[in-house]
Design a protein around this ligand. Structure first.
Ligand code: TYM
Length: 343
């Protein structure tokens, strides 16, 4: 990795599938940025453990996510692509960041509130009752996320809009670490949220973001969905009854979401696209065609890749990532003043 170019870091959870929101909000930008900046991308398998998993599930999901990241165009020779648990400094710095983060600031994280509510809410969780499934890890997750970023002296974090609050917390924790232990202990990063595609909404519930865990299959376009399935989902997307095509996310969330998807897929502007349509039908047809064209090359590459290609890429990535993380972690240990082990 070069010391001159600004460094980019971002992560994605291995959750068994990748949807259009992940692609437009994050992965597409990762692919472009790898040629401009020193880019480090991580499959955050430790984060995936915050929700209950079956034995072996995370391993399979990590392999398919890595394959997806190669299919979207990440080049392991150009960027650093690796699995979080392969670089043990993430867990180590994660603990330090948990000790630096306040209970109150973690409690304000909207993703924790949403996810814990979906799991049945936070109560005592006594006797393995319904609340036991809200793990402590789900609560402290943003501290581990901060560690991910800070371990690589990251300048820029490209993410979708839903991660804005976590990256703001990362900045706060970086500033706190520096003020307690020395000005240049860690680099304070900035987020980069793309102008188009930063918030792709669910096609059936357009007030909610497209997500791996929320809503029906009909509302989520998977990157690997067949063209006919994509067409069907977009044709059935919820709009409204007034028949007017206008970009107005507050009053017309369904139609605006389709315009945003079309704009993100074609490199256009949703406000400029709106006047070109007088009916919902043609807007849906064009949006489906644009999404199908956008995803076709990714689908082809995904099916061409072998498990060997994936493990080779991850091996190279773990070595490159470890080399950086080891140095940064040592700097943080020294700044904090942890006793070094005997040589
Ligand atoms: P995750 O796995 O939920 O999502 C990966 C990326 O996809 C973006 N994204 C979206 N963008 C637009 N519209 C949507 N509907 C949509 N849904 C998801 C996310 O913003 C993200 O950029 N906590 C993170 C993973 C993480 C991380 C990190 C990210 C762990 N450590 C360090 C950045 C830096 C997460 O769960 O993303």
């Amino acid at each position: 990795m070069s010391a001159q170019r600004p460094r980019v870091f971002s992560g994605i959870q291995p959750s068994g599938s990748t949807h259009l929101g992940n692609y437009l909000g994050a992965l597409r930008n990762w692919t472009a940025l790898q040629h401009e900046m020193d880019s480090v991308y991580c499959i955050v398998d430790l984060h995936a453990l915050t929700l209950p998993k079956q034995p072996g599930e995370v391993r399979l999901d990590t392999m398919s996510m890595a394959r997806m990241l190669l299919a979207v165009g990440l080049d392991p020779e150009v960027c650093t692509l690796f699995v979080q648990s392969h670089v043990h400094e993430h867990a180590e710095l994660g603990w330090i960041m948990q000790c630096l983060a306040g209970f109150g600031e973690l409690r304000r994280m909207t993703q924790f509130k949403d996810k814990s509510e979906r799991l049945g809410g936070v109560g005592d969780g006594d006797n393995g009752g319904p609340n036991a499934s809200v793990s402590a890890g789900l609560f402290t997750y943003p501290a581990l996320q901060a560690a991910d970023v800070l371990l690589y002296d990251t300048d820029v974090v490209p993410v979708g809009d839903d991660q804005r609050q976590h990256i703001e917390l990362t900045r706060d924790l970086a500033l706190r670490l520096n003020s307690r232990f020395g000005e240049n202990t860690v680099v304070v990063p900035e987020h980069r949220i793309p102008p188009a595609g930063a918030r792709v909404m669910n096609l059936q519930y357009p007030e909610q973001k497209m997500s791996k865990s929320v809503g029906s299959d009909a509302g989520t376009i998977e990157v690997l969905d067949e063209p006919r399935k994509i067409e069907k989902k977009i044709k059935r997307a919820v709009t409204d009854n007034d028949g007017e095509v206008r970009f107005d996310p507050v009053h017309k969330p369904g139609v605006s979401n389709l315009l945003s998807i079309l704009a993100a897929a074609t490199g256009d502007d949703p406000e400029k696209l709106a006047p070109q349509y007088t009916q919902y039908g043609p807007l849906k047809t064009d949006t489906a065609a644009a999404v199908i064209d956008l995803l076709a090359p990714v689908q082809k590459r995904y099916s061409d890749l072998s498990d060997g290609d994936v493990t080779d890429a991850l091996g190279i990535g773990a070595d490159k990532a470890s080399a950086v993380a080891r140095v940064v972690m040592q700097r943080i240990r020294t700044a904090i003043g942890l006793l070094s082990p005997a040589p």
